[in-house]
Ligand binder design. Sequence first.
Ligand code: APR
Ligand code: ZN
Ligand code: ZN
Length: 361
Amino acid sequence: MPQHVQGVIAPGRNEPVRVETIVIPDPGPGEAVVKIQACGVCHTDLHYKQGAINDEFPFLLGHEAAGIVESVGEGVTDVTPGDFVILNWRAVCGTCRACERGRPWYCFDTHNAKQRMTLLDGTELSPALGIGAFAEKTLVASGQCTKVDPAVAPEVAGLLGCGVMAGIGAAINTGNVGRGDTVAVIGCGGVGDAAIVGSRLAGAAKIIAVDIDDRKLETARTMGATHTVNSRSTDAVEAIRELTGGFGADVVIEAVGRPETYAQAFYARDLAGTVVLVGVPTPEMKLELPLLDVFGRGGALKSSWYGDCLPSRDFPMLVDLHQQGRIDLAAFVTETIGLDDVEKAFARMHEGDVLRSVVVL
Ligand code: APR
Ligand code: ZN
Ligand code: ZN
């Protein structure tokens, strides 16, 4: 029997979000219905509402979530009802050219639920990143459910479903930060701070946090930054070079997503160093760099998709490290809110007041 639950939809471009009754079909083959316990508010949800991702309104927002599997469809063997899971938005296929080469974190054919959730009048909803978890329940592909230790708080676990995983993964998976490395992180919001946490976990010797907002730099210190640079008042490239013996950092993580900050990352890195772009640019942005510098400085210029994570490998591991007190993911939860408060959370996000607002159900 299809179920009726409450969920937050974005009805049209820049229209305020609102809570509506959502119809959740029974799970079909390869699908699961998950009872959502917590879902973080991410920039991408706001971008959906603004029409910046695509035009497929109405959206069912929310994609950074944890909950309990309620029911599964035919042929589902990876999860069973009662499992505590984090939802991921890259369920790997296992058969594409990336998966077959043993690099499933690059999977080129990730999948979502086949059936659609709808409004009461039958209007089909587009779930944000194939998830749609600002809702009491949601329908996903079973491969989007990753089992983790149920002892962790749901509002903490859910964060690994997007922003925190992107940042930690940018450092440990894409950047390959290792013991003794010097790291600079440009942009210290939730994603940049997670990159700081990842760099510290990986044994970085020096972690330089760069932001234009002193409040963000203070938080970055509590996350593990050893040095901070306010790039509104100080030249970031010079400051990073000064702090690294005049050379630049081994790994620079760009967590803003703008050409100016990318250029800073490019020049703030040591010869043969690595730049990791995890901030997401907009379509009109262009980058201009002397090609000779691209060649002459060597090293690697990488992008990090979802922290190049493999959910089945990384989510349980990071939950365990959190439970052991070796990383503090709870520090990312600025406030817990209700389904009715998503619009307010967008405003706070815009003001730079929060690392994460998390809807708790
Ligand atoms: N130089 C340095 N820092 C900057 C600059 C700049 N020119 N412009 C903005 N920042 C800082 C902001 O002060 C803020 O602390 O970047 C940070 C961005 O943080 P959030 O807005 O909280 O964004 P976050 O969730 O961390 O995501 C960062 O990654 O996933 C993407 O879409 C996301 O592009 C966004 C980026
Ligand atoms: Zn694949
Ligand atoms: Zn997100």
